[in-house]
Design a protein around this ligand. Structure first.
Ligand code: SAH
Ligand code: SF4
Ligand code: F3S
Length: 498
């Protein structure tokens, strides 16, 4: 759809179309022309670099930004010494935010040495009014600022930026628009994230995401399934369905459809080998979903089930809408239905008012559920959220001490859980050459564990059987198993179906 010839055929003497995505396609063509002229003047190609902070949503958004910049004619750069640097930011915790300001200082010096250099900032941080004020006041060297709701306008904004000498700022407060069919360029040829919904309606009292990502909006099932089919046609074997709370997918559609139904339709797509999803809110996880997961071997045996706290009192103040008891019952139900499943979680320590007794409940859940891994966070005050003005903020040294104890417990259990698979053979999606030793490849099991093993690079992007020889704490050293001959046959079989 984005072949250059089609872009060059767009008549730029006409007014830009009003409807999307035609409008953005027009601006891709316009920016392309403008960039070509700049390149000729500079006598070299113009380069870009996107730096992504935060979660899988931002990672997927960055692939969309990359697709647009590639269509405009920018060449990728491995360093921030590029002609366009885009920071796709996160603001979920204060230190995510601080990191961006730190990086910006360095970019300023690079920009002073390169007259062509432009700097753009987008993502969740720019949705906060005080951030935009600070940028306008103290970071005048930033050229473009836009938000999460109008990310689809990127081509138009790049155009504006290339034609302007002053900072272009376009941040929307919200939107109900979902623009389909814009280009995206994947980081990995063989796996991809697929947004199934945007925003969040849960308003957990500590969390800024609902304010910076807006209200929950589900994409139509057809748009999602078509995108997956197109990805599979393009060589993708694994997709990760993305949403802040995938379990409430489809509730607001004209024809409501549950997440479990969507998932069971996705696994039917021929050629697709693996499906994952993120994130599941425990309050909305249905029996239907457990049943769909248990009945398909294409759905990875991994479930991320954020617990946040094990104390009923804190869960209530967090507005999580489940209890320790109901969470434990749910985890047990999932583990009974799928004994080989890896459960992972997110935990916050030091939420306002958290006592040692509350914290003991959190440790108790960790010990009972036995997570394969857990992201542990120290509570971070986010301006504008209800928790930020709660009394009894926990002193930093107490938070740190609890955090250390939690981490130790989580890691001890994760090590034991990881070791459960020693000596077995598992299916691994081969992702890349090992970073430390280029004689090894690195791949991922369905349960999300990493495995390193010696093999030919030609296997990257394939799913192969690997024997898990030695558990090294949180990952495995393995070797290719003989079963792969049949496996390759299965891959060929899938190709034939297509
Ligand atoms: N939608 C996902 C989480 C997105 S944010 C869910 O509900 O599971 C990822 C994680 O960041 C959260 O699960 C939470 O553990 C953590 N987090 C969010 N806000 C935070 C804050 N103010 N301080 C510390 N951790 C926070
Ligand atoms: Fe934040 Fe809660 Fe929404 Fe997750 S579900 S994004 S933690 S408000
Ligand atoms: Fe961060 Fe935004 Fe994701 S705040 S965690 S990048 S939704």
């Amino acid at each position: 759809m984005y072949r250059e010839i089609e872009l060059d055929n767009i008549d730029l003497t006409e007014e830009p179309p009003q409807e999307e995505p035609a409008r953005q396609r027009y601006f891709i063509a316009k920016a392309r022309k403008r960039l070509r002229a700049i390149s000729e003047r500079a006598r070299r190609p113009m380069t870009f670099r996107i730096v992504t902070f935060g979660c899988q949503m931002n990672a997927r958004d960055s692939e969309k930004l990359t697709g647009i910049l590639a269509a405009i004619g920018y060449a990728p750069s491995d360093t921030e010494d590029a002609d366009l640097v885009v920071y796709n930011t996160c603001t979920v915790r204060e230190n995510a935010n601080r990191k961006v300001y730190g990086h910006l200082g360095k970019l300023k010096r690079l920009k002073e040495a390169n007259p062509y250099m432009r700097i753009a900032l987008c993502g969740c941080m720019t949705q906060e009014a005080q951030v935009v004020d600070k940028l306008k006041e103290s970071y005048r060297f930033v050229d473009l600022v836009f938000g999460t709701h109008n990310i689809f306008q990127f081509a138009q904004l790049v155009c504006q930026m290339l034609e302007s000498d002053s900072m272009v700022v376009e941040v929307w407060e919200g939107t109900d628009q979902i623009v389909e069919d814009l280009p995206a360029q994947r980081k990995y040829p063989f796996k991809s994230g697929v947004n199934i919904m945007f925003g969040c309606n849960n308003f957990c009292s500590y969390c800024i995401v609902p304010y910076v990502r807006g209200r929950e909006r589900s994409r139509s099932p057809q748009a999602i399934l078509d995108e997956i089919q197109n990805l599979v046609n393009d060589g993708v074997v694994e997709v990760m369905l993305l949403g802040q709370n995938v379990n409430s997918y489809g509730k607001t559609l004209a024809q409501p459809l549950s997440f479990a139904r969507l998932l069971s339709q996705a696994v039917e797509i021929p050629g697709l080998r693996r499906v994952r999803f993120m994130t599941s809110h425990p309050k909305d996880l249905s029996d239907e979903l457990i049943q769909v997961m248990a009945s398909s071997d294409k759905i990875c045996r991994h479930l991320h089930l954020p617990m946040q706290s094990g104390s009923d009192r804190i869960l209530e103040k967090m507005n999580r809408r489940y209890t320790k008891e109901s969470y434990l019952r749910l985890a047990d139900k999932i583990q009974t239905a799928m004994p080989d499943i890896a459960l992972t979680t997110d935990i916050i320590v030091g939420f306002p008012g958290e006592t040692e007794e509350d914290f003991q409940h959190t440790l108790d859940v960790v010990r009972q559920v036995r997570y394969s891994s857990a992201f542990t966070f120290q509570y971070s005050k986010r301006t504008g959220t209800p928790a930020a003005v709660m009394e009894e903020q926990v002193p930093a040294d107490v938070v740190q001490e609890r955090f250390n104890r939690l981490l130790e417990t989580v890691q001890d259990i994760a090590r034991e859980e990881c070791a459960r698979w020693e000596g077995t053979t598992g299916q691994v999606l081969v992702e890349q050459v090992n970073h430390q030793d280029d004689a090894l490849l690195t791949g991922r099991l369905g349960n999300n564990l990493l495995v390193h093993f010696p093999a030919d690079r030609a296997l990257i992007g394939k799913i192969v059987d690997v024997r898990l020889n030695e558990c090294k704490g949180f990952y495995y050293m393995g070797e290719i198993s003989d079963g792969n001959i049949t496996n390759d046959a299965a891959i060929l079989e899938n190709k034939r179906i297509l």
